[in-house]
Every structure is written in C-alpha cells, then in structure tokens.
Write a protein that binds this ligand. Structure first.
Ligand code: PMP
Length: 443
C-alpha cells in the first residue's frame, strides 16, 4: 500500500464546506480541523489498524483518535461487551457493579493507588484533580510546565499552543492564555516552569512555593512531540513538592495504560499524590479516572464536590473493563508486543533518515513515538522542540496520505501505536516515509 495511488478526497471537501456553515470551524473539536490544509478527511469506518474515508480511501491509522485506541478500532471483544450492556440500558444515574469491577482491574495495572474515581474526559480528570489539590492544601496556585497539555479548561489552557508561542524567560516563562475568555484572575493563579529543568523549578519555588497547591505535569511530554524526562528528573520534582507541601499530579492521560501497564509512574518508579488517566483506559469509550492517595481522594464527598450525569456510564465501564482484560492478558503480554513494534518503527525511521541524509529526531517509549525535523541530537523541553521544521512535516503528511498512511499534519501530535498494528503496517509506514521524503525533495 506504500505506492502512490490515485487519490480523491472530493467528498470530504464537499462535506466540510457544508458542515462549516452550521458548525463553527466545521467540527466539534478544533484539533480535528486545524492544521489540515485545506480540509480534513471525513472518516467513515475503522477496523483494527485501518480506517476508511468517505471517498473510499483506505489508510493505516497512525493517529488513533489522538491516543485512546490501544486495542484498535472496533475490537470484536470490546464490541461484544458494549453490546451486552446496551441491551440492559445506557445510563441509570445509580451506582453500578461494573464500577467496582473496573476499579479492581485498574488497581491490577496501577497497584499503588489507594482510591480511584471515574469521569468522562481527560479535561474533567485534570480539572477535578486540581480542585482536590487546592482543597487539600488550602492554597490556590497551580504550577504547570511550558508545552504540557492538560485539556482546555481555564486552569490548563495556558502556555501550550499550536502553532507554539512562548513568552518570558526560559526558566520562568510568562503564562500565556491559549484561548480568549480566560479571566486574568485565573491566569494569576497559574505559574509556568521549564520542564526537565530542576533549577527552573527550584528558583520558582523559592519565590512562590508557599502559594502553590499542585505541580501538574505530563510525566513524558507527549503534546509537543514526545520528550522523555531526564534521569532522576521526576524524582527531583517529587522531592521538591514534598519540601514545599505541594501535591504532585501526574497527568497520565496519554501515557496511562500505554507506556507500561502502570503508566509512566511505574516505568520511572516515582509515586505522585494524584494521577489522571483517560485515553487508553477506554479504547475510545468515554471514560477517564483520577486516582491517588487516600487522604486526598477521600476529600471527595468530604468538602469537595464531585460528579457528572455521564460519569462512569455502564456502557463505558463495560467497554473499558474488556479493554483492560485484553491488555492484562498473559501477564501484560500486549505491552511487550507494543514495545517491539514501537522500537521497530523508531529504528526504521532512523535508517531512512540516514539513508537519505535527513535531519530527523525520533523519540519513543512503548506505544508512543514522534519524529521531528531538527538538527538537534536531543530535545529536552518545549522551546527546543518548537525549533523544528513544521512546514516540512505538514507537506510530508500529505504525501503520506496519498500512500495510505494517516497521520495528523501537526508534527506535535505523537504517534500512538496499538496492539492491532502489525509488523507489516510498520514496514508500510517506513516505505511510505522513504518515498514521501524523496517526493518532497523532487518538488
Ligand atoms: N491531558 C493530556 C496529557 C492530554 O494529552 C489530553 C488530551 N490530548 C488531555 C489531558 C485532555 O483530555 P480530553 O481531550 O479528553 O479532555
């Protein structure tokens, strides 16, 4: 499927024109339309690692709905679990036994959590975790890191942007609103630091540490390309948080149930106070979770309000439970497979880069990979990662599409692999990359 094909996307174009007249920006999430030039593809169907657009083009999917689909599209076993629940009803507004079953299963993956509670989206989870931290400490300020994405609510949509903008000193960035409509009072409750930079954090905590309720971070950056933490960085943050009586929140919305069965905290052996989970927990069903230490989690219902009509719907619980069962198979065997294909993909990209003398930096962890066009040999933070060739990636994405490879045009959107991607899918990606880079040069 790597050869250039006749490719027509006229139906997507027509549907987008029509949709823009009724739906602002043309779709119900800007990430689905932005960077797509001149229009996004309308996807009709998915199975395993494949998707089909409304013009009948088939692709190997390397976006995977921005991360959730760890077991691929329309998995038969998850389908059965969901169908079974559908016959019994969608939603009751009452506790459900499946909630306990999923909580128990959750603890098998992340055993050191005292408590877990479910929500709907990653944003719900980070919003509520931040509130719990404020309640627990009696402090108002939140520290986040430049380029880390935690959703679009007012406390998170700060100093993270595509295309990227930065302001202020490298060690002490000035908080920038990602959107209009964030009150300046809210901006004043968020402090921004440079990630992977112990000195930045130390200096900021010296100035404002006593006002800060929580440090929230992606333990592996995955929204500004994939950036791994330096050795012992997470441990240093843990120690500083303790020193200043600050809660450490790991946002494992992308890394959770993906980079290992217990997320990045298991991989790096650092225990946060609170964690947020979403995407790969539900394989595309709408469910997220907050977990953590008893003393903080038990504030829920003891001063901290919590809830939502759709939180922990039986449908999502049933699907997530089956999803985790699949991932737990044979002592978490799927993670060994995911690691193997991710490594294969990283190596393949590096070989093509060598062969064609291209400056490409590949970063990866199990099930998660990004490649960016830069001369740097490593990238450690947001300001380094944005200093790369976006336009080239965007063009390459179009050449890849025509060869049956579906990627997001925004270079910062990482590639999440699934258990349904085969070695042949990875080979097809590598061949398409080689041909697409050659085509880029010819033009
Ligand atoms: N945290 C992280 C690390 C994320 O990557 C995302 C979404 N990409 C979110 C939070 C927000 O999740 P949601 O889109 O489900 O609200």
């Amino acid at each position: 499927s790597h050869t250039r094909r006749e490719w027509n996307s006229s139906r997507s174009e027509r549907l987008f024109e029509r949709q823009k007249k009724l739906i602002p920006s043309g779709a119900s999430s800007l990430m689905r339309t932005s960077s797509w030039d001149p229009y996004p593809l309308f996807i009709q169907r998915g199975k395993g690692s494949r998707i089909w657009d409304v013009d009948g083009n088939e692709y190997i999917d390397f976006l995977m709905a921005f991360g959730p689909l760890i077991n691929g599209h329309s998995h038969p076993k998850i389908n059965n679990a969901v169908k079974k629940q559908m016959r019994n009803g969608y939603l009751f507004g009452a506790p459900n036994e499946l909630e306990y079953k999923l909580a128990r299963m959750f603890m098998k993956f992340v055993p050191n959590q005292d408590r877990v509670i479910f929500a709907l989206s990653g944003s719900d989870a980070t919003f509520n975790a931040i509130r719990i931290a404020r309640a627990a400490t009696g402090k108002d300020v939140i520290l986040k890191f430049e380029g880390h994405y935690h959703g679009l609510h007012d406390y998170a949509a700060i100093s993270v942007e595509s295309p990227p903008v930065v302001s202020g000193l490298r060690w002490f960035p000035r908080p920038l609103a990602y959107t209009a409509g964030i009150p300046s009072e809210v901006l004043d409750t968020v402090v921004v630091a440079n990630w992977n930079d112990v000195e930045s954090l130390e200096r900021i905590l010296k100035i404002r540490g006593n006002e800060i309720a929580a440090i929230i971070m992606e333990p592996i950056m995955a929204n500004s390309s994939v950036i791994l933490p330096d050795d012992d960085y997470l441990r240093a943050v843990r120690e500083l948080a303790d020193e200043y009586n600050i809660l450490m929140i790991m946002d494992e919305v992308i890394t959770g149930f993906r980079v290992s069965e217990g997320g990045a905290q298991k991989l790096y052996g650092v225990q946060p106070d609170l964690s947020t989970w979403a995407k790969a927990l539900g394989n595309g069903l709408t469910i997220s979770a907050i977990s953590g230490k008893k003393e903080y989690m038990e504030l829920i219902g003891n001063g901290v309000a919590y809830g939502g009509t759709y939180f922990a719907s039986p449908i999502a619980l049933a699907g997530a439970l089956e999803n985790l069962r699949l991932l737990a198979y044979n002592d978490f065997e799927p993670y060994r497979y995911l690691k193997r294909i991710t490594r294969k993909m990283a190596k393949g990209i590096e070989e093509v880069a060598d062969e064609l003398d291209e400056d490409i930096l590949v970063t990866w962890e199990t099930g998660l990979l990004s490649f960016i066009f830069t001369k740097r040999k490593s990238v450690r933070n947001y300001r380094e990662s944005i200093d790369s060739d976006w336009e080239k990636y965007k063009k390459l994405q179009r050449y890849m599409l025509r060869r049956g490879i579906y990627l997001h045009p925004d270079m910062f959107e990482r590639i999440p692999l699934s258990t349904q991607h085969t070695e042949e899918d990875i080979d097809a990606f590598i061949m398409a990359l080689r041909e697409s880079l050659k085509e880029y040069r010819e033009k």
